[in-house]
Design a protein around this ligand. Structure first.
Ligand code: NAD
Length: 284
């Protein structure tokens, strides 16, 4: 396929590289002037999108996504599929779909989980929203860049799934950190707590796979000085999106709200640039 790729940052660059490796023809654009081996460089986002079979965006936020879509949608070829993999607010995702639909283009919101490691290894999980036709056009590309793609529903459903998952993750990580911090004060070793919880009803991904205590459980950022991994500021971004979405539908998310406050304090203090599991140091 001929593919336009806009936003060649930490995630976009390795995703584009995997498409090249699989034999696709990729034209890229990034405002920061990023160039990538094997990727033709366009002079603008519109130029990267013009005449392509698929156009992928991997951008920082919803405001930028809307600006870029206003530029690239008019350049879209008939029959093209527009795939946005950025994590953005649900309203911006829907606005991007509306712009594409007004031009007769297929579109999918398809945020990812798996981080930079998953983007490089081609093992991302895609959670997608959009029509069946749009999802089937995008699916072969998801297979190259990822290991799993779930069609969650109509326009915006991918972003909804992403922020619900990450709100739960933020809450569960704080709960995990609280439990380990309390155990320490009670004179219980982290290893003993892990051995019990990881096979008991408190088990969860934050304990079993990504334990915030160094030397306990499988390798995690805690074993690497809390170098991200998944940076605390990205967790804060996703928690804020969850609260924006909750407000827009009057959903009650008191734990999500408190997790957002705690991560905001953490990022304003010692947490910036560190993995989100370093929250344990704040709670200690
Ligand atoms: P990044 O900041 O490294 O990359 C974003 C890129 O977009 C930058 O290179 C920037 O120059 C470019 N850009 C900004 N405005 C642009 C414009 N108008 N036109 C063209 N390019 C533009 O961020 P990232 O880590 O690659 O994340 C991208 C998206 O993926 C975000 O929405 C993030 O929330 C999401 N995400 C990131 C991770 C992760 O671990 N990094 C994991 C899952 C999801």
């Amino acid at each position: 396929m001929k593919i336009g790729f806009i936003g060649l940052g930490n995630m976009g660059a390795p995703m584009a590289a995997n498409l090249i490796k699989a034999g696709h023809q990729v034209t890229g654009f990034d405002v920061a002037g990023v160039t990538l081996e094997g990727v033709a460089t366009a002079a603008s986002a519109a130029e990267a999108a013009r005449g392509q079979d698929a156009v992928i965006t991997m951008l920082p936020n919803g405001e930028i996504l809307r600006t870029v879509y206003a530029e690239i949608v008019p350049a879209g070829a008939q029959g093209a599929v527009f795939i946005d993999c950025s994590t953005v607010d649900v309203d911006s995702a829907k606005a991007a779909h509306d712009m594409a639909a007004a031009q007769g283009l297929l579109s999918v919101d398809a945020p990812v989980s798996g981080g930079v490691g998953g983007a490089s290894a081609g093992t991302l999980t895609f959670m997608a929203g959009g029509s069946d036709a749009a999802f089937s056009r995008a699916a072969p590309l998801f297979e190259i860049m990822g290991r799993k793609a779930v069609h969650c529903g109509a326009a915006g459903a991918g972003q909804s799934a992403k922020i619900c998952n990450n709100m739960l993750l933020g809450i569960s990580m704080i709960g995990t950190c609280e439990a380990f911090a309390l155990a320490e004060k009670l004179g219980l070793s982290a290893q003993s707590l892990f051995d019990v919880v990881s096979t008991s009803s408190g088990s969860c991904w934050s304990v079993n796979t990504y334990c915030p205590v160094p030397g306990v459980g499988p390798q995690s950022p805690a074993d690497n000085g809390y170098k991200p991994g998944f940076a605390a500021e990205l967790m804060l971004k996703d928690l804020k999106l969850s609260q924006q979405a909750a407000d827009s539908v009057s959903a009650m998310t008191p734990m999500g709200a408190r997790a957002t406050e705690l991560y905001a304090e953490f990022v304003a203090g010692q947490g910036k640039g560190r993995d989100f599991s370093a929250m344990i140091e704040k709670l200690k």
